[in-house]
Design a protein around this ligand. Sequence first.
Ligand code: SF4
Length: 426
Amino acid sequence: MDRPLTQNIRADRDFATLADYRKTGGYEGLRKAVTDLGPKAVQQWVKDAGLRGRGGAGFGTGLKWSLVPIDPAPDHPPYLVVNADEMEPGTFKDRLLLEKDPHQLLEGIAIAAYAIQAQTAYIFLRGEYRLAAERLTRALQEARAAHYVGAHLLDSDFSLDIHLHTSAGRYICGEESALLNALEGKRATPRPKPPFAVVSGLWGRPTVVNNVETICNVPHILRHGADWYKGLGRGADAGTKLFGASGRVKRPGLWELPMGTPIREILEEHAGGMKDGYQLRGFLPGGASTDFLLPEHLDVPMEFDTVAKAGSRMGTGTIIVLDDKTCPVRMVLNLERFFAQESCGWCTPCRDGLPWTVTLLQDIVEGRGRPEDLDTLAGLTRMLGPGNTFCALAPGAMEPLQSALKYFREDFERYIFQNRPLKEAV
Ligand code: SF4
């Protein structure tokens, strides 16, 4: 099975240097782009490959690039920004790519910047990812010295500089428009949309924001072609993806697998199944801000549309497992505490609704819950749902809660009516 994203990640070395990266065809995709193809052709290759954004939303990458005016006024060039602010609880896929194969990201950035004719690109990196910062800094020096980044790179008429920006550290900085405000040195609050970033983004210029894993796919599409890339997927979605699992499985971790790999295969074969003495009760398929699914959904293929049809989102593709000895009410309380703390406070439903959600859940687990609290919580999931807030933080925060109320209602009721959790859950 082809594993392009992780082909350079090996147990016998810390990370891939420029020499290591070149041995597997590194920077040949960039050479092909700037030598043989024009920017529009590169966009078309990525569109034809069917690459969809790996940050969670699944928007078509080539389509996003094509929304940027290709011949901007000389004083109004677009920007490329890479979102490396990976702060979703339970998600650690970009970290692997950043730390272990930094040149793959840099080559992808150079190709993407060429496709939209951006002369400046920023990597917005999570503050805690210090090892990634170190390795990216070193890789950038190597890439500049080898003429893969800089003025007239690879003797072409295209010039690019890449800046590494370390985040001051808030979850909301991962939201595209809040990230742009943070890069501009402003308070990291999301911007009203429209206008969208591709029209008016960083300092008012057209800006493409792409996730790390999305960009890492790009060199391989340029090297091997759209048909090869499409053929990597097992279902409707193209390519491979880093899927992960955390919780009480035997081998928590990350694996590069074809898009469309069934959830059962990820959890049972790759994660080794549940730890001895534990049963699977449910799981969040794509990080903390996705709806719970149940064991009956194990045969759902991990693809954007199939997981949505099952009632959740593929999100980041990193599965958080709920076992039969962990209390779903306390698990949701823990998540809502995180989201309430990370709310930027810009809009009222989120600023006030999330702390209220935490208070109600805390009352329930501490024995002060009332039957009507369940209706209030259900009402909050609607009030903080899509369309009522400036950004997706609040609707995302409601996803584990609304699905827990649907699938694990007896756990909530047991606390309220009998003042104790189900089984021996903690
Ligand atoms: S939903 Fe929450 S995080 Fe998003 S803008 Fe509103 S207050 Fe800020």
